[in-house]
Design a binder for this molecule. Structure first.
Ligand SMILES: Cc1cc2nc3c(=O)[nH]c(=O)nc-3n(C[C@H](O)[C@H](O)[C@H](O)COP(=O)(O)OP(=O)(O)OC[C@H]3O[C@@H](n4cnc5c(N)ncnc54)[C@H](O)[C@@H]3O)c2cc1C
Length: 434
C-alpha cells in the first residue's frame, strides 16, 4: 500500500493572499467512470479539460492538493511568446521550417490565454504590458540582436526590437543593464487567479474537478485505465498526466519522473513601494526576465510591490539564505529597494528537460503527458493542455522537437549534486558573460 499523500496548503505567496473568492471543489469519495481522467490541476491539466469539454468529451481532473497548488499558482506570471532558446538557435538545431512553426506556436500560446480570459470574463490581471529581456554582456546582446534580425527576415515579424542602454534604463528604471530585447506582445497575469478561474470555466462547461485527491497509482485494464486514489477507483478510457515538476509526488508518476529535473525557483514580494520608487521602477508597466542562465525575473504588482524571483536552493528545502540572496540580487539592480520590507516569500518547482524544450506525447496506448516547460510554462502549458487533449483524441499534429518522445535523463538519481555543479558553472558563465 503506498504511503498517504498529505494535502498541502498553498504556500504563503502574494498570489495566495490575493487569489479572490473560493471555489466549491471537494475530494473524490466514490468510484466513478469517466472518458478522460486528468491528473493535476495546473495550467496544463485545466486547459486540457477545457479543451475536452469544448469537444463535448466527458472528463475528470484529480488534484492532490488544490487548484493551482503547483507551479501554476506560484510563478512570476510572465506571459512570454518565446522558448528558452533564441529562434536562430532553434533554426540551427531543427531547421528554419520547424523554428518558424515554433514561433507560431509560442504566439498561439499567448493568444490562447487572451482568448480564454476574454471568453470566460476572467478577472486575473492579464495584460499585454510588454516583456523585457535585459542583459549586461555583449554575448547576450549579440544573441538577441540576431534573434530580432532572424524574426524579421524569416518570419516577417518586426515587432520585437533591441533597446539601447538609454531606452533600457528608461524602461527598467535602473542603469544596471546595457540593453534589452523588448517584446511588446508579452505580458503578465495573476497566475493563481487564472488557474482558479480556468477551473471554474471547466466546471461551468461540465468538467468535474476534485481537489485533495492524490492519484496513487494507475494501471491498464484491457482498453481502459484504472486509477486509484485514497478512497476511490476511477476507470477511464484515457489518462492524461499533467503533473510537470511535481510528477514524483506519488508512484503514479514513476514512469515519467525521470524525464525531467525539478529545479526550485523562489520569489519575494516587497511591501508596497513608496511613490517615488513606484514612479521610477518599470514606469511603463513592463515585466522582466533577464538574459542570464540563472535568471532573475521581476514585475510590479497591482498594489505597487516589487515581485522578484530567481534561483532557489539545489535541494527543495526552504531556507532563509535563499531569500536573503534574492533580496541582495534585487538590491544590486535597484539599490533603493535594499531596505524595503519583504512581506511574502515562496518557492516552487520548474521542470527542466535536457534540451530545454517542453514535450507533449504518449506514454502508452491511451496514456498521454505534457510537461517540461523549463520556466516558460504560463503561456506554453496552457497551449500544451490543448495539444495533449487533441493528441488524446487522435487530433495531434507533429511540431518538431516538441512532439518527439521525452526520454529518461541518464543518471537522474544524481540530480541534486549535479544541480549544484551546474548552478555553479552557470553562475561563473553569467558573471563572465560567456
Ligand atoms: C517559482 C516559479 C516561477 C515561474 N515563473 C514563470 C513565469 O514567470 N513565466 C512562465 O512562463 N513560467 C513560469 N514558471 C513555470 C510555470 O509556472 C510552469 O511551467 C507551469 O505552471 C506548469 O504548469 P503545469 O500545469 O504543467 O504544472 P503544475 O502547475 O505544477 O501542476 C501540476 C499539478 O499536479 C499535481 N499533482 C502531482 N502529482 C499528482 C498526483 N499523483 N495526483 C494528483 N495531483 C498531482 C500537483 O499537486 C500540481 O498542482 C515558473 C515556475 C515556478 C515554479
Amino acid at each position: 500500500m503506498p504511503a498517504p499523500v498529505p494535502r498541502a496548503e498553498h504556500p504563503a505567496s502574494y498570489w495566495a493572499a490575493t487569489r479572490g473568492p473560493g471555489h466549491g471543489f471537494d475530494e473524490l469519495t466514490a468510484d466513478r467512470e469517466t472518458d478522460t481522467l486528468i491528473v493535476g490541476a495546473g495550467f496544463t491539466g485545466l486547459s486540457a479539460a477545457y479543451r475536452l469539454r469544448s469537444m463535448g468529451i466527458d472528463c475528470t481532473v484529480l488534484e492532490s492538493s488544490d487548484v493551482g497548488w503547483g507551479a501554476s499558482g506560484r510563478n512570476g506570471g510572465m506571459v512570454v511568446p518565446r522558448f528558452k532558446h533564441t529562434f536562430p538557435a532553434l533554426a540551427k538545431d531543427y531547421g528554419v521550417r520547424t523554428a518558424l512553426d515554433m514561433h507560431c506556436a509560442a504566439h498561439r500560446a499567448v493568444d490562447l490565454i487572451e482568448t480564454l480570459v476574454r471568453d470566460e470574463g476572467m478577472d486575473c490581471g492579464f495584460a499585454r504590458c510588454g516583456h523585457l529581456t535585459p542583459f549586461v554582456h555583449a554575448h547576450d546582446a549579440n544573441r538577441f540582436a540576431a534573434d530580432a534580425v532572424w524574426l524579421e527576415k524569416q518570419a516577417g515579424d518586426a515587432v520585437p526590437r533591441l533597446l539601447d542602454r538609454i531606452e533600457t534604463e528608461a524602461r527598467t528604471g535602473t542603469p544596471f543593464y546595457t540593453g534589452a530585447y523588448f517584446e511588446p506582445r508579452g505580458g503578465a497575469i495573476h497566475p493563481l487567479r487564472f488557474s482558479r478561474q480556468l477551473a471554474a470555466a471547466v466546471a461551468r462547461r461540465g468538467g468535474r474537478i476534485h481537489v485533495g485527491t492524490p492519484v496513487l497509482s494507475w494501471s491498464r485494464e484491457g482498453a481502459s485505465v484504472a486509477v486509484r486514489t485514497p478512497s476511490a477507483t476511477v476507470r477511464a478510457r484515457r489518462l492524461l498526466l499533467t503533473t510537470n515538476a511535481y510528477t514524483d509526488l506519488t508512484r503514479a508518476g514513476s514512469d515519467l519522473k525521470c524525464r525531467v529535473v525539478p529545479i526550485t525557483s523562489s520569489l519575494i514580494a516587497t511591501a508596497p513601494l513608496g511613490e517615488s520608487a513606484r514612479a521610477a521602477i518599470l514606469p511603463h508597466g513592463n515585466v522582466v526576465t533577464d538574459a542570464k542562465r540563472l535568471t532573475n525575473y521581476f514585475r510590479i504588482s497591482d498594489d505597487g510591490r516589487m515581485i522578484f524571483g530567481g534561483r532557489g536552493g539545489a535541494s527543495h528545502k526552504e531556507s532563509n539564505r535563499i531569500y536573503r540572496r534574492l533580496t541582495r540580487e534585487m538590491a544590486q539592480i535597484y539599490p533603493a529597494l535594499a531596505d524595503c520590507g519583504i512581506d511574502f516569500r515562496w518557492s516552487g518547482r520548474v521542470a527542466v528537460t535536457l534540451d530545454g524544450l517542453p514535450r507533449v506525447g504518449r506514454l502508452a496506448d491511451n496514456v498521454f503527458y505534457a510537461m517540461g516547460y523549463n520556466g516558460r510554462g504560463v503561456a506554453l502549458a496552457t497551449l500544451f493542455g490543448y495539444m495533449v487533449a487533441d493528441l488524446s483524441v487522435g487530433r495531434g499534429s507533429e511540431l518538431g522537437p516538441l512532439t518527439d518522445p521525452l526520454t529518461s535523463i541518464p543518471f537522474h538519481a544524481f540530480r541534486v549534486p549535479a544541480k549544484k555543479v551546474i548552478m555553479t558553472y552557470y553562475k561563473v558563465r553569467d558573471t563572465l558573460g560567456i
